[in-house]
Write a protein that binds this ligand. Structure first.
Ligand SMILES: [Zn+2]
Length: 446
């Protein structure tokens, strides 16, 4: 920051260089307009930084909006993931139930298989027993082995019953087994479908998780970005407050310079009074001894001023007509308070100091044009006069000035419509709100 450096050097210089003996510590040699200029530079630098701060603020807000969007999306993903997890759990439960069903079916099938096998063995054994005894003849043996006819009948029916009953049961069991196998196949198909569904859901969950992770990463980046924006903002704010401090410090310097010049004016007034008293005493003594002709030279009024200088502390600052009085008035159809008195005249019109004093400021401003500020001390009281819109100024700041001494020419510079002098009188020092302004007619016979 070049400007900052420049300003702090200026302040350091102001604090060390030149001081009026009567003023003590804070008086400085830097002119008020230089300080004003520096203050303006610091102020515009501060404005620039403040607008950067506002930019950072809106960037931070944008960032926060984005973060909220992403947070909402992450929440959506979380909800979807939870939903998917629930569905997966449901599928897993169904799969467990189906597996249990399959196990149960397998067990039932196995039991039936065992029973069928046993029955089959039994039937085979019987068939073998019959064969070993020689085909149907063996049945005959069984039958012929009957001890009585009743026994014979019994034996015939027993053989038939046993064989056909066994066969019937075995057939039924075979049918049952087939049915169970068919059911097992169906359940296994259902299981495969469930596994498929579950796998699909697992994939969906994975996708959701990776999308969520991406959003979370983006969120992290935004948080980081926000942190650095906040840091930048804090640094800018620090810089801005430093500049504001500097601006204030320069304001203090300006006040100190104004006070220094006011004090100079006060001391000058005291000295002038003392000299006048001494001169009067001397003249009285001379009159007493010689009582001859007087050496009539008037005090110190500049010969260059063509304005008649009035006696007393004050004099009219320019000749011409009063065109606008102090107070409320109308400018271009708008009501405004006029803080001075306008005096207008044509041609080359000299402007003179309204009283003894010191020039505080002599510079150009866009509103006042070429303007001179003078501080006065009248009976120990400080006044400030302002002479605006001059075509040119002949004095510079810090310069002592006498009542009636020419300080410039009437002009039309700055915010002015036609050649005139805008003259202000302030009781005390001048300030931006012009709160010390009074009607010049209170002191000067215009
Ligand atoms: Zn005016």
């Amino acid at each position: 920051m070049n400007k900052k450096h420049f300003v702090s050097i200026a302040i350091a210089a102001a604090l060390t260089i030149g001081s009026f003996p009567a003023m003590g510590t804070t008086a400085n040699a830097t002119s008020v307009e230089d300080l004003k200029k520096k203050q303006g530079e610091v102020s515009s630098q501060k404005d620039k930084i403040n607008s950067e701060i506002n930019k950072k603020k809106s960037e931070i807000n944008e960032n926060i909006d984005k973060q909220q969007d992403i947070k909402a999306k992450i929440a959506e993903f979380d909800a979807k993931i939870r939903d998917t997890e629930n569905k997966i759990a449901e599928k897993a439960k169904e799969i467990d139930e189906t597996n249990a069903e399959i196990d149960q079916l397998k067990k039932e099938i196995k039991e039936l298989e065992t029973k069928i096998k046993e029955r089959n063995e039994l039937l085979k054994e019987r068939a073998r027993a019959i064969q070993e005894k020689g085909g149907s003849a063996n049945y005959l043996d069984v039958l012929l082995g009957a001890e009585s006819f009743g026994d014979f009948i019994n034996r015939v029916s027993a053989v038939n019953t046993i064989v056909s009953a066994d066969k019937k049961i075995m057939d039924e069991q075979k049918r049952d087994q087939e049915e169970l196998e068919k059911k097992q196949k169906e359940v296994e198909t259902k299981l495969a479908e469930l596994e498929d569904d579950k796998a699909g859901l697992e994939t969906l969950k994975q996708d959701l998780n990776s999308e969520k992770a991406q959003k979370a990463e983006l969120f992290k980046q935004l948080e980081k970005q926000q942190a650095s924006l906040e840091k930048e903002k804090v640094n800018l704010e620090k810089e801005s407050s430093e500049l504001a401090k500097m601006e204030q410090q320069i304001g203090g310097e300006i006040q100190a310079e104004q006070a220094r010049l006011a004090e100079l004016a006060r001391q000058r007034e005291i000295e002038k009074k003392r000299q006048a008293e001494a001169a009067a005493k001397k003249a009285a003594a001379q009159k007493a001894t010689t009582s001859s002709s007087s050496g009539g030279s008037s005090a110190s009024a500049s010969a260059s001023a063509s304005v008649p200088v009035s006696s007393g502390a004050w004099t009219r600052p320019a000749s011409g007509a009063i065109t606008t009085e102090y107070g409320w008035d109308n400018l271009n159809g708008e009501s405004r308070f006029h803080y001075g008195t306008d005096i207008a005249a044509r041609g080359s019109v000299p402007i003179v100091a309204a009283a003894d004093g010191y020039v505080i400021k002599s510079h150009y401003s866009s509103s006042y044009g070429n303007v001179v500020y003078i501080t006065h001390s009248i009976n120990g009281k400080t006044f400030t006069t302002v002479y605006a819109h001059m075509s040119s100024a002949l004095v510079s700041s810090g310069q002592p000035i006498d009542k009636g001494q020419q300080i410039g020419y009437m002009g039309d510079t700055g915010y002015s419509f036609g050649q005139h002098l805008h003259f202000e009188l302030h009781e005390g020092s001048w300030n931006g709100s012009k709160s010390n302004s009074v009607n010049p007619r209170k002191y000067i016979n215009l």
